[in-house]
Design a protein around this ligand. Structure first.
Ligand code: DOR
Ligand code: ZN
Length: 349
């Protein structure tokens, strides 16, 4: 008997679509599966002013229209720097051009060099966000050579996030792509103003995927996957139905040559299989009934946006479904996330 599940159309609350040839090649996968997506601003140069966000949005919309998905709604973000202009942010938010602002600690990840070294320097910006009720999206890892990479999220909570939440109690904060039990616990016990995104890949892999039997660069992303107990904590949070946890794919394409290198780039491109993987994980946890909350409801409610009207149906086949393992672009090929188990769920034709 075919099993199927119909969901309110999902949204992706954390996505890298890049620009140019890569944008053209990968956007169709997002637009087919998601109504809206929070677009990360870490281009080179980064999207710092609302005018930049506006032209980036126009480029994304024009690709979406060209591939027959004119209704796809990119929700734009600004990249915070120590010289970000609160007035420009206010104009962008009040003008409906931008939805949120992204805090990258300088040096924490891909294209984060222009990010923030001293968080107190952006307090005036954070005051403005708080006043506007505009979400602050946080890449939560410390940049400190003395801190082991597997501890950088937990230490960020202790050193930065606790203080931030105390200092700005009314600021909506999304702790992005959490990867640790500490992250789950912090968000679960924080106020309603604090939520978290969780990626499909961090629900699937632990650090062994990256390091056992050979070094596997296609499982390298930031924050890095942690030990198994942390993955289990993330699954529990995602399937709990708690409104504080929602989907952000953090799908982050890099061409194969830049991943398979002596200094490979961080990022996992998962959008083509994201909903299949999630259905698999939620079903295995006996929580398919919570999939819609995670993919299609909790994020929109947190952002104060309307729920999508349309729906999408996933069907479970008796035999494994084959997905393409790579996407071609004129810049090179991009590997699609391989969860290392067979997938049975796919979009209904
Ligand atoms: O793995 C990652 N890739 N983590 C990030 O924070 C950035 C992203 C990217 O842009 O490639
Ligand atoms: Zn990201």
């Amino acid at each position: 008997m075919t099993k199927r599940i119909t969901l309110r159309r999902p949204d992706d609350w954390h996505l890298h679509v890049r620009d140019g040839a890569v944008l053209e090649a990968i956007l169709p996968f997002t637009a087919q599966n998601f109504e809206r997506a929070i677009i990360m601003p870490n281009l080179t140069p980064p999207i710092v002013r609302h005018q930049d966000a506006s032209s980036y949005k126009a480029r994304i919309k024009s690709v979406a229209t060209a591939v027959g998905q004119p209704n796809f709604d990119p929700l734009m973000t600004l990249y915070l720097t120590e010289t970000s202009d609160p007035q420009n942010i206010r104009e962008g938010f009040e003008g409906g051009i931008i939805t949120a602002a992204k805090l990258y600690p300088a040096g924490a990840t891909t294209n984060s060099d222009a990010g923030v070294q001293d968080i107190e320097k952006i307090y005036p910006v954070l005051e403005t966000l708080q006043e506007l009720g505009m979400p602050l999206l946080v890449h939560g890892e410390v940049v400190d050579s003395a801190i082991d990479i597997f501890d950088r999220e937990a230490v960020f909570i202790e050193r930065t996030l606790i203080k931030l939440v105390e200092r700005f109690p009314d600021l909506p904060i999304v702790f992005e792509h959490i990867t640790s039990a500490e992250g789950v616990d912090f968000v679960a016990s924080a106020s309603k103003k604090v939520a978290a995104t969780i990626t499909p890949h961090h629900l699937v892999i632990n650090r062994n995927a990256m390091l056992v039997g050979g070094m596997r660069p296609h499982y390298y992303c930031l924050p890095v996957a942690k030990r198994e107990s942390h993955r289990a904590a993330l699954v529990n949070a995602a399937v709990s139905g708690s409104p504080k946890f929602f989907l952000g794919t953090d799908s982050a394409p890099h061409t194969i040559d830049t991943k398979e290198s002596a200094c490979g780039c961080a990022g996992i491109f998962n959008v083509p299989v994201a909903l299949s993987v999630l259905a698999h994980i939620f079903e295995a946890a006996g929580a398919l009934d919570k999939l819609e909350a995670f993919c299609s409801v909790n994020g929109a409610v947190f952002y104060g946006l309307k729920l999508n009207k349309g729906s999408l149906t996933l069907v479970k086949s008796d035999t494994p479904v084959r997905f393409n393992d790579r996407v071609r672009t004129t810049n090179g090929e991009i590997r699609v996330f391989d969860p290392m188990f067979d997938l049975y769920w796919s979009l209904e034709e």
